[in-house]
Write a protein that binds this ligand. Structure first.
Ligand code: ADP
Ligand code: MG
Length: 240
């Protein structure tokens, strides 16, 4: 149709760990250039869902379509090459490397060597890290490290970016800065995002739409206003 087109669609996506259903027949669609937030209580299955999209985990059943192509059986590295990139919940910087050297790792994979330097500077400028270019990763603040990790995921030139708790442990100012950066990238580069985050103020700043997961399934979807005014959403958070 006109206007939007779907970048990601899951069909009856399911993941069981022994007797536990972590992803319960999820049908989720994300449009190109959309910024979707995934929220829900601890253990709702948010990280598991993203790990199924990257191929880090294999589903028990169901399918994943990306860019209209069934990627369910593809290994992770082929999904990366097709444009799916993820910043994980656990830090993955090379501490002994400088900022530039860290960024070189994804860029080497995604772009020709003659544009390394230009793309490095462009990304570091976007992520407000240009003055840190030759500093070791260990000298960065927690907020700067988070920005570098997102920049590294962006270095893979994705069409779909998956972020697991990108502002966990950050100050209000650092959180607002990351919100700004993500919105700029979304607008300028047309990248779609799925962002897991507990910080509801951050979700309010960035989300086009919000999906609430509970016990592995989609509890509800809508705008941030629709979701936060839903009394049943409050109930699942309070565990009543
Ligand atoms: P969330 O990110 O929403 O907090 P997770 O996706 O991490 O939730 O976990 C969903 C459920 O699956 C939880 O009950 C968790 O304990 C379980 N789980 C996650 N990963 C594994 C695993 N590798 N092995 C067994 N159980 C797991
Ligand atoms: Mg998680």
């Amino acid at each position: 149709g006109e206007g939007t087109s779907t970048i990601l669609q899951t069909r009856d996506l399911r993941k069981e760990f022994g007797g536990l259903t972590a992803t319960d027949d999820v049908d989720l669609a994300v449009e190109e250039s959309e910024l979707r937030c995934l929220i829900g209580p601890n253990g709702a299955g948010k990280s598991t869902f993203l790990n199924l999209i990257t191929g880090r985990l294999e589903p028990t059943a169901g399918s994943i379509y990306y860019d209209r192509f069934d990627i369910t059986g593809l290994p992770s590295h082929e999904r990366v090459d097709r444009g799916i990139s993820m910043k994980f919940q656990v830090p993955s910087l090379y501490e002994e490397f400088t900022v530039r050297q860290n960024l070189r790792i994804p860029l080497q994979r995604a772009v020709e060597s003659d544009v390394f330097e230009a793309r490095t500077r462009e990304l570091l400028d976007q992520f407000d890290l240009l003055t840190e270019i030759d500093e070791p990763a260990t000298s960065l603040s927690h907020g700067q490290q988070q920005r570098l990790e997102i920049a590294m995921a962006m270095g893979l030139e994705p069409k779909l970016m998956l972020l697991d708790e990108p502002v966990a442990g950050l100050s209000v100012e650092e959180t607002a800065e990351i919100a700004d950066i993500l919105q700029t990238i979304q607008a300028k580069e047309g990248v779609a995002f799925i962002v897991i985050e507990h910080d509801i103020d951050f979700v309010e700043m960035i989300a086009d739409r919000v999906t609430v997961l509970d016990q592995g399934g989609i509890f509800t979807e809508g705008t941030i206003e629709e979701v936060t005014s839903n009394p049943d959403v409050k109930r699942i958070y309070l565990g009543e």
